[in-house]
Structure formats: structure tokens, C-alpha cells
Design a protein around this ligand. Sequence first.
Ligand SMILES: *Cc1c(COP(=O)(O)O)cnc(C)c1O
Length: 397
Amino acid sequence: MSSVSVARALVPFPHRDVPLPGTHPIPLSSPDVSDDDRERVLAILNGTALSLGPALPAFEAAMAEAAGTRFAVAVNSGTSALHLCIKAAEIGEGDEVITTPFSFVASANCALYERAIPRFVDIDIDTYNIDPAQIGASIGRRTRAILPVHVFGRPCDMSAITDIAARHDLAVIEDSCEAIGATYDGRKIGSFGHSGSFAFYPNKQITTGEGGAVVTNDEHVARVCRSWRNQGRGEGAAWLQHERLGYNYRLSDINCALGLGQLSRLDLILQKRRAVARAYEQALEFVPEVITPAHDPGMSWFVYVVRLQDEFTREDRDRALESLRGEGIGCSNYFSPIHLQAYFREMFGYRRGDFPVTEHVADRTIALPFFNNLSHGQIDMVAAALARAIGKLARTF
Ligand SMILES: *Cc1c(COP(=O)(O)O)cnc(C)c1O
């Protein structure tokens, strides 16, 4: 490294209009794999049981504890977990599932897999979660379930949601994929419904590379999910005895070993992420053009998403994202509303204006780099780059 680039790397606030692309690349997310995690994975590789071995039930037991449920069934993705939750609730053709359009697309796709219809309800402007006050109007004869998504790790209003579900005899299926370790009223997210789902892609709070889990207190649900995951085999049945139409949604012991290592550090990981969020909030006090996330002590921080004030447009936001990327700062427009995805528009005729709060929020969000070991220096750099990116917008008004 030349002395010039060393000097640049040490300047936390390069006061210059022309950014130095890639000088300080800061990724949007970064997995945190420890030496202990690596040893656990190697131990599996050095053994003979690479799948359906002892790491699977061990990971499931640890996962059930993390979710505060009796059972956990590990699967190969969060999407697979959601699919099995829908099937376990016996949701099928023409049934309706109430959920949010402000989410990752899997939370609505899981209904479509079973030819059920996602019925979207708009979100609360402060929490970005489904607005319970608007759920009632969407309940009809075919409604079977409410599928709340704990967006960005923020717990939904589970008291209101479980009340509505009980009154209308609906199942609650929690999409907790972004919320491991979150709590509502002191109770763990994932444990409120008929079933819940978790996900372990590398950008999540804990990772197994790829992976997911169904959690439930219902023994029958756990049993059928175990069977579906493994090609519809019955418990203890011979390898080629299939009781029902199943899938290969298995999670290998290699993944489970990594998950065990990660879960053993869950408290520490969540603590680190809380500290990063707090540091961002302080750094962003000097960027009044953005709205920082609302406080919730039960939150499990998945991502750090700020929102441009109302006077900014979607085009402004997109230009801010471009400026940040030009400075080597990873960022994203979490989320692009589900109802506006091409195939949803085509299948259901959705248009802009259908879910105004979701669209207002989605047009203005900026997900900033966020991971366990993000340093204070990096956080200051991101905040400075964000201020510069917004400053450029102001000049074009
Ligand atoms: C990550 C995620 C999922 C599942 O994702 P996979 O990539 O299938 O593991 C589902 N719903 C939400 C809201 C998510 O963020």
C-alpha cells in the first residue's frame, strides 16, 4: 500500500466532493463466523454423518429454546419453513392469508405455492409492520390465517393480532425470519402462533449459510413438517416408505453445526447489533433529513433502515443510493413492495396507490451497512457519506 492510500484510509471524513470509489468499501452486511464455528463445521466434515446426523436434533433443540417453543424443525431455507407453515395450517386453494406488502417476497409467495391468496393489509407508518387496525376490513369468508412479518426485527403488535385471530378463528403464522431473539411483552417472537418461521441466510442475525426452521408448540405440526422435509417419510419408517407427498427441504449437519455455533453466541450477537444501532442513532443526529428507526426494547436488530423525510421523492432516494455506492458504501432500498412486483401486478391487477403507506415508506428507505463488527469509525464514515449524498440532492431542488 502506498503512503498516499494509507493516509486516505485514515481520514474518517474526507471533505471532498469527488468520492474515492472503493477506498473504504463497507458492505451492507457481513457474516460473523468465529473460530469455534469453524471447528464445529470441521468436526462434522471429519466424521461420517454429513446429513441427518446428531447435529440436526442438537440444532433444533437450541433453536426451539431461542424461539421459546416446544419444537423446531430445521429446513434448508426460511422460504421452505414458511411453505411448511402454510401447509401445516391446512391452507389450500382459494383460501386467503392476511399479510403485509412491505416484506421480502417469500412471505407472500408461501401462500401462492399452495394456490392460496395473499390479502395485503397496509402498514403502520412508524413501525413498518402490518397495521392491526386495518386487518378487520380484510377478513372474509375465505380468510384462514394472519401472517404477520416482524419487519427488520421489530415485533408486531401480537396482542392485537392474536385477539383478532381468536375472534375470527384464524391461524397465526409468524414470519420471524428477521427477528430471532426479539420479544413482545417479554415473550419470544415465533412462539405466539400456530407456527413460526426463521431464516439463516448470511445477512441474517445468525447464519447457517442457507437454512431455516419451523417452530411450534404443536406436536402434530412438528411431526408433519419433519415428514414433509424428508420426502414425506414417516417417523422411523424405512428409507423408501413414503406416507405423503414430501419435499427435500433437509438441512445438512454441516449447516446445523454452524448454526449451533452461531446460536451459542446469540445473546452476544444481539447485544453487538444493539450497540451498532445506538451508535448509528448518535451519528445520524447530524443528518436531520433522515428519520431513524423508532425505539422498541424488544427489537432484534436485523438491518438498519433510515427513511428520507416526506419532502424527498423516490428519485431522490435512488440517487442517494447511487452516491453511497459510488463511495463504496453498501446500501439497499428495503423493501420493494410485494404488490408491485411484476407477477403480483399481473396476477392480481395491483397498481401504485393500492397500499399508500407501504409505498410512501418503500420510496424513501435506505438500508445502511449493518453487521456485528461494524466499527464506530465506519459508522461515522457512513453517516458522513449519507450527509454528502443528501447534500447533493438539496442542490438540485
Ligand atoms: C429472509 C427472509 C425470509 C426467508 O428467506 P430465505 O432466503 O428463504 O431463507 C422470509 N421472510 C422474510 C421477511 C425474510 O427477511
